[in-house]
Design a binder for this molecule. Structure first.
Ligand SMILES: *[C@@H]1O[C@H](CO)[C@@H](O)[C@H](O)[C@H]1NC(C)=O
Ligand SMILES: *[C@@H]1O[C@H](CO)[C@@H](O)[C@H](O)[C@H]1NC(C)=O
Ligand SMILES: *[C@@H]1O[C@H](CO)[C@@H](O)[C@H](O)[C@H]1NC(C)=O
Ligand SMILES: *[C@@H]1O[C@H](CO)[C@@H](O)[C@H](O)[C@H]1NC(C)=O
Length: 429
């Protein structure tokens, strides 16, 4: 019999005192401008796609009317390039008057009226990454107050044009300043992405105390290479990253680029599956006005979102890397369920992969039911020792949601409801 239960509980034990603002108990979901719309400020030639209040109102409309909001995609997030080139006479950040003529407060009201939340962007440094006014140490309280007065719900705090010392002082200081406004404002820190190192030279205990999520690694680009490099970095560093994630504090591998130009359909499914296994925030960065039905189907997969939003909030891990270049990822879920992703790094043809749950260290004591997250296909009565074969396409995934349906020794008592912490788990992580 394989180990179970005890090791699982270890994984649950909080290693950190997390940020106590009550926000983001599951990974946040929504939309973020940067990857798709960048710093396009040319509203004269490109009024439809420039960074302006119209863009964010359009996206809010889409989130509210095309089924996104009901699934949990509620954040509408501004990134860099929203401000005027200078602060005003009293030193306050102001939006660019031509691109945001109604102001951020009006935009927040617009977004809130649709049952959504508004996120904004600032940078601990002399300038933002794109050269707009930064939030130097002496401006932190002022800017936090400005955001709160506008009714902003989330802040992404970037790290360009600053020193390590400024970051070490500024990131905790902004956390305190946001708290002091009295308005619940979720806090995304880019701090680790500016520290680097392998493993990253970051105090993750501190980070989980002050931030709701944090970017660890470089910006995602609209390409499969970029997605692969992020997945690779997260896998290599998973011993450091996996234990620090949990309700209220998440590792952020950056935006979903599904719906854009760089990923095939298989690759889009892979990004969604791998982000879900990593308990990652799901911030889409795509044009929701023209998104294809196939991309939308991936992003709106209900079982996928249920897995991503699992209340235990345990980040998954890569558990196996086969010579065949099939990689297996596992995420433990509530009610003794789990999610498995079989990911092909092959570039030739669909691969027939044969394995068994026992090989993946699932205990032999149970009989399982599995559901394919993309096709809906169900396998019932699967014993851990049973070999099964799946077909994984090049750069694609097969993703399973599975749970034990019967305990071989106590087939009738097993399904009785038990408190979460008393439940046995079918594998070790
Ligand atoms: C501020 O922090 C305190 C203590 O951690 C917490 O109880 C409170 O909810 C926080 N308030 C806001 C607005 O974040
Ligand atoms: C990391 O931060 C925590 C919380 O602030 C602190 O207790 C701990 O000493 C820090 N660890 C190191 C190695 O600096
Ligand atoms: C299964 O458990 C063994 C023994 O602890 C370990 O060496 C192996 O890596 C595990 N395999 C998987 C796929 O988790
Ligand atoms: C499953 O496959 C393994 C490896 O090919 C084999 O050793 C084992 O006997 C098979 N198990 C069953 C139940 O067929």
């Amino acid at each position: 019999m394989k180990l179970m239960g005890s090791v699982f509980l270890l994984a649950l034990a909080p290693l950190t005192l997390a940020l106590e603002n009550g926000l983001m108990r599951t990974p946040p979901m929504g939309w973020l401008a940067w990857e798709r719309f960048r710093c396009n400020t040319d509203c004269k030639s490109d009024p439809h796609n420039c960074i302006s209040e119209k863009l964010f109102m359009d996206m809010a409309d889409r989130l509210a009317t095309d089924g996104w909001r009901e699934l949990g995609y509620v954040y509408v997030n501004i990134d860099d390039c929203w401000t005027a080139k200078e602060r005003d006479a009293t030193g306050h950040l102001v939006p660019d008057p031509e691109r945001f003529p109604s102001g951020i407060k009006a935009l927040a009201d617009y977004v809130h009226a649709r049952g959504l939340k508004l996120g904004i962007y600032a940078d601990i440094g002399s300038y933002t990454c794109a050269g707009y006014p930064g939030t130097t140490l002496d401006r932190i309280e002022q800017d936090a107050l400005t955001f709160a007065q506008w009714g902003v719900d989330m802040l992404k705090f970037d790290g360009c044009y600053s020193s390590g010392a400024m970051q070490a002082e500024g990131y905790p200081k902004m956390s305190k300043a946001l708290n002091a406004t009295g308005r619940p404002i979720a806090y995304s820190c880019s701090w680790p992405a500016y520290q680097g190192g392998l493993p990253p030279q970051v105090n993750y205990t501190l980070l989980a105390n002050i931030c709701n999520l944090w970017r660890n690694y470089g910006d995602i680009q609209d390409s499969w290479d970029s997605v692969l490099s992020i997945v690779e970095w997260f896998s290599v560093n998973q011993d450091v990253l996996q234990p620090v994630a949990g309700p209220g504090h998440w590792n952020d591998p950056d935006m979903l680029i599904i719906g854009n130009f760089g990923l095939s359909c298989e690759q889009s499914r892979s990004q969604m599956a791998l982000w879900t296994i990593m308990a990652a925030p799901l911030f889409m960065s795509t044009d929701l006005r023209v998104i294809s039905d196939s991309a939308k189907e991936i992003l709106q997969n209900k079982l996928m979102i249920k897995i991503n939003q699992d209340p235990l909030g345990i980040q998954g891990r890569k558990i196996l890397q086969e010579k065949s270049r099939i990689e297996v990822f596992l995420r433990p879920l509530s009610h003794s369920a789990s999610a498995l992703v079989f990911f092909s790094r092959r570039t030739d043809m669909p691969y027939r992969y044969t394995t068994s749950l026992a090989r993946l260290n699932f205990t032999q004591d149970f009989v399982y039911e599995t559901q394919d997250v993309y096709t809906g296909q169900i396998i019932s009565g699967l014993k851990a020792a049973d070999n099964f074969t799946i077909v994984v396409n090049p750069s694609g995934v097969v993703m399973w949601y599975l749970y034990p349906t019967m305990h071989l020794d106590q087939p009738f008592s097993f399904m009785k409801q038990q408190p979460e912490d008393k439940k046995v788990h079918p594998f070790t992580l």
